[in-house]
Design a protein around this ligand. Structure first.
Ligand code: C2E
Ligand code: MG
Ligand code: MG
Length: 641
């Protein structure tokens, strides 16, 4: 299990020296920190006394000036117990030692071999040098016990001063290089928190321990609410800054919680956190005793992360949603626990963003399915899994094609063909509808222009637009850009917006529809009649057409006289307002006749044509082109057959 600290050349290399003789400690200090106060006159005097004892008399003590380059920070301990305590504190403070020089014999206390084993258990990265004047040390046995062998050394007393210095240099630099490599491989470069790979490993070890000692572990899945919006509106630099702040706050909250719960005295690692990617963070709590404690910590994290923060000149508050899964009750392996914590997080986000929720087995298969779908949906655009079908709309008086409506289809290799009504709400909830919607618009415009270039009779292409797209400030620019890019004449594009969207924010809808009209595109209100808008209001919007929802176009047998009257009224009102009308969902011949009787201009439905794949739509358009010479009556006869 890796534990690294951010290491730069600016920091001195931390060295712990352990010896029961003060004068030897001073000597170490003089060798490693010639610039330090330890090299004071008094110390020098004791050094010269001891020099004879430690070093062969012929060895010159190097001059201070030789050692200017690498800096060491030396801590001294006079017995084995305090040495172990120093290492424990250093690890806990995230400032571990690179090298420990450890005297073998420190009577009457414990010896260096004991301290070496304890230190190794606390810190697997530190290099340990055991210094002994005696030849009775069983190096083989000790090396085997205090692995790894490339981090455990023997130094025979008396040693040459250069030996100590060189050893500290070589081992210190090696430690630094290892830290750097580990930092790159196991840490997220943005927040400095452990990354996914490191987290997996830690989680595995924590679970092993928990199983062995039959202890609970809590896993917290933390996801920021509306992070995407911040990224989209303030830019990625601000988004990155926000993630860094969240990372720092999470780390601090986790560290505080270490004190807050009863951490056992021999604990090597307390609570832990990581960034999995994007705005997803994890916290691993191996020291909690109960779900209630995990809840308390989740609450602390929630409060810490929800403090207002400044991004440039913007003050924001970002809340997280947190899901909690507990070992062993919510799962025994890492995969399951992660999935369940994630599921709980979604449950929290859906019901009340900015709260936490515990995994509950009742978070049913439906939610799991949604989750699975969402994961797949994220990759669908990049994997080319979307396609458009095109459903013709017909002029009910001439039998000609009036328009084609582009309808989105998702062919998922795992889930099969997924209907838009199943995945569009999910795409909207996750913001994925933005890139998907842009793709739809571009693909539909490109396809229409291709058909026009082939001389096929396509007047217009209708594209459905989600309220989420419509709410984007730059939506109009996006449409303008796609029209310019594909060369499609603006009047050939019809944008379908839903009636409920208009009703939700009338001022915005009014402004946006105006701006869209200045591009020259056409606007239709989809599913008209279901959103309770009044015709009076409608008059104020610059729309071109109403699409009467198919629930009004029922079969005449189901038709009450009222429904018929409603359709008739809609059609005549639309006419008065100078709006076109399209009737959706024509499935039966009787419906077609009724609509023709009511002078409904345009119709769409399975009776006339199903939505068609692009290739079939092209064949269909070509066939329609060939009916140009026929009379209206002849063309109308083909409809519905
Ligand atoms: P919509 O815009 O009202 O599209 C018409 C829906 O009615 C289509 O369903 C179409 O296949 C179906 N339909 C056509 N004729 C008949 C008929 O005679 N009887 C019946 N029962 N249904 C008929 P689809 O393709 O499943 O799309 C459902 C909805 O999903 C669409 O309703 C639209 O709101 C949304 N949608 C489809 N594509 C997109 C898209 O690219 N972007 C967005 N934002 N929404 C889309
Ligand atoms: Mg539509
Ligand atoms: Mg519709």
């Amino acid at each position: 299990m890796r534990q690294t600290v951010k290491e730069t050349d600016a920091h001195p290399i931390r060295v712990l020296v352990v010896d029961d003789e003060q004068c030897i400690l001073d000597t170490y200090r003089e060798l490693l920190c010639p610039e330090s106060k330890a090299a004071s006159e008094a110390a020098r005097a004791s050094i010269s006394d001891l020099r004879a004892k430690l070093f062969p008399t012929s060895a010159p003590v190097p001059a201070v000036a030789d050692f200017k380059r690498t800096r060491f920070a030396v801590t001294a301990a006079q017995d084995a117990e305090s040495a172990v305590a120093c290492v424990r504190e250093a690890v806990a403070a995230g400032q571990p030692y690179a090298v420990v020089f450890l005297d073998m014999r420190m009577p009457p206390g414990r010896d260096g071999a004991w301290a070496a084993a304890e230190i190794r258990a606390l810190d697997e990265n530190v290099s340990i040098c055991l210094c002994s004047a005696y030849s009775d040390v069983d190096t083989e046995e000790l090396s085997a016990r205090i692995a790894p062998e490339d981090k455990f050394f023997f130094l025979a007393k008396p040693f040459h001063p250069q030996e100590v210095r060189q050893m500290a240099l070589a081992l210190g630099h090696k430690w630094r290089a290892e830290q750097r490599i580990a930092q790159l491989a196991y840490y997220d470069s943005l927040t400095g928190l452990p990354n996914r790979a490191q987290f997996r490993e830690r989680f595995r070890v924590t679970l092993d321990n928990a199983r062995r000692h039959q202890k609970p572990v809590a896993l917290l899945y933390i996801d920021l609410d509306n992070f995407k919006r911040i990224n989209d509106t303030l830019g990625h630099t601000a988004g990155d800054e926000l993630l860094q702040i969240v990372g720092e706050r999470l780390r601090a909250a986790i560290r505080k919680s270490d004190d807050f719960i009863h951490v056992n005295a021999n604990k090597q690692r307390g609570n832990d956190c990581a960034r999995l990617g994007g705005d997803e963070f994890m916290a691993l709590l191996p020291e909690v005793m109960s779900p209630a404690e995990a809840g308390l910590i989740a609450d602390r994290i929630m409060k810490a992360l929800s403090q207002p923060l400044m991004l440039g000149e913007h003050e924001l508050t970002v809340t997280p949603s947190i899901g909690i899964a507990m070992h062993p009750q919510d799962g025994d392996d890492a995969e399951t626990l992660l999935r369940h914590a994630d599921l709980a997080m979604y449950a929290a986000k859906r019901s009340a963003p900015g709260t936490f929720a515990f995994y509950d087995a009742k978070m049913n298969a439906g939610a799991a399915l949604q989750l699975q779908m969402e994961a797949k949906l994220r990759g669908a655009l990049g994997n080319d899994e979307f396609l458009l079908h095109y459903q013709p709309q017909f002029d009910l008086h001439t039998g000609r094609i009036a328009s084609m409506e582009a309808l989105l289809r998702w062919n998922s290799p795992e889930l099969g063909q997924v209907q838009p009504l199943e995945f569009i709400p999910l795409a909207e909830a996750t913001g994925l509808i933005l890139p998907i919607g842009e793709w739809v618009l571009r693909t539909a415009c490109r396809q229409a222009q291709e058909w026009i270039d082939k001389g096929l009779p396509i007047n217009r292409i209708a594209v459905n637009v989600s309220p989420v797209q419509f709410a984007q400030k730059d939506f109009v620019e996006q449409v303008g850009g796609i029209l310019a890019e594909t060369g499609l004449e603006p009047s050939r594009l019809e944008i379908e917006i839903t009636e409920s969207l208009v009703m939700k924010n009338e001022a915005w809808a009014y402004q946006m529809t105006r701006r869209l009209k200045t591009l020259g595109v056409q606007l239709a209100i989809d599913d008209f009649g279901t959103g309770y808008s009044s015709f009076g209001r409608l008059k104020e919007y610059p729309v071109d057409r109403l699409k009467i929802d198919r629930c009004f176009v029922k079969s005449p047998t189901e038709h009450s006289a009222e429904d018929g009257a409603i359709i008739a009224a809609m059609i005549s009102m639309a006419k008065t307002l100078g709006l076109g009308v399209v009737a959706e969902g024509i499935e039966q011949f009787e419906q077609l006749l009724f609509l023709q009787d009511q002078n409904c201009a345009v119709g769409q439905g399975f009776l006339l044509s199903n939505p068609l794949a692009a290739g079939d739509a092209e064949v269909f358009l070509r066939r329609m082109g060939e009916t140009e010479q026929e009379t209206d009556a002849e063309r109308l006869q083909h409809l519905g057959h």
